[in-house]
Design a binder for this molecule. Structure first.
Ligand code: BV8
Length: 248
């Protein structure tokens, strides 16, 4: 962990002065659970593919079997992993604030598995499905040998996630927007700050008067914006930040 105790003290003091906290997480918080981030190289069958091409409606239409099996593989990986101390530290933090919203770009369900309550899944959830052509909700995958399986309307079934070029769920955008407007502090964890609209959250929160704290192993696109940058792995830094906060 590279950040100093003084930096943790400063972050904890900012949290202590806040009544409402918003948290925004990216793939980095799940790295220590064993899930590769988007920046990490794709391995195996998908080593030669760009996730930003696979995670698109065009990618799915062009090669539905490949994209469907990419998600099958990612679901299998996710079913084998558990939340890490970084996820659990956010569960602890949620209990300390009257107003707390956890906005995540991650589709891996690990915040829910860890016990976080007020979660906004900005990009959907890999464990949910929907009909590709008409967005019929799919509660249970049908017993269908075709890949991808088909909806009752005959359309292909797809994961209920937001692909590049797709608009985000209105409800998630509204809840995230309200949290960013009203929070006194925004804690940003494990995101490169490249993908919009999540990449704009720190600037949005700052424009509304919030302080911004970032936890990341590396400098990101948003580091220049933040009030306190805590360098290190979320699984180590977040528990330390909560411990320092509680000792104040
Ligand atoms: C939209 C689900 C309207 C699918 C994902 C404005 C300007 C430019 C472009 C755009 C724009 N508005 C829209 C766009 C287009 C696009 C976009 O942003 N493109 C980028 C590439 C420029 N956005 C969209 O299409 C969005 N839709 O806005 O609709 C619209 C549409 C078109 C044009 C205009 C408007 C939809 C985006 C959602 C895409 N779906 N996921 C799936 O996962 O299969 S995105 C996916 O990639 C993730 O959800 C996540 O959002 C993103 C990866 O980002 P990160 O989470 O940050 O992960 P990353 O690997 O990048 O970084 C990891 C970080 O963790 C690093 O900083 C690393 O240092 C750190 N780290 C590593 N280990 C640790 C750690 N930190 C702490 N601890 C550790 N141990």
């Amino acid at each position: 962990m590279q950040c100093t105790q003084e930096q943790l003290d400063e972050g904890a003091r900012i949290l202590k002065r806040s009544r409402s906290l918003a948290v925004s997480t990216g793939a980095g918080i799940s790295k220590e659970s064993g899930i590769p981030t988007f920046r990490d190289a794709q391995t195996g069958l998908w080593a030669n593919y760009n996730p930003q091409e696979l995670a698109t409606p065009q990618g799915f239409s062009g090669n539905p079997k490949l994209v469907w099996e990419w998600y099958v593989e990612r679901r299998r990986m996710i079913s084998d992993v558990s939340p890490n101390p970084g996820h659990y530290a956010l569960v602890d933090l949620e209990k300390e604030f009257d107003e707390f919203t956890l906005i995540t770009q991650n589709i891996d369900n690990l915040h829910r598995k860890a016990g976080s309550k007020n979660i906004v899944e900005l990009h959907g959830n890999i464990l949910r499905f929907k009909c590709f052509d008409r967005e019929h909700p799919i509660e249970q995958l049908p017993d269908d040998d075709r890949i991808p399986p088909r909806c009752h309307c005959g359309s292909m079934i797809r994961p209920d996630v937001v692909w590049f070029g797709e608009i985000l769920p209105a409800d998630a955008v509204m809840k995230a927007g309200r949290a960013l407007e009203t929070c006194e502090t925004l804690l940003v964890v494990g995101t490169s700050g490249v993908v919009y609209p999540a990449a704009a959250f720190p600037a949005q929160a700052k424009a509304c008067g919030a302080r911004v704290i970032e936890v990341n192993t590396e400098i990101s696109a948003i580091t220049p914006l933040v009030d306190v940058y805590l360098q290190g792995p979320a699984g180590e830094v977040l528990p330390k930040l909560v411990e320092t906060f509680r000792a104040l």
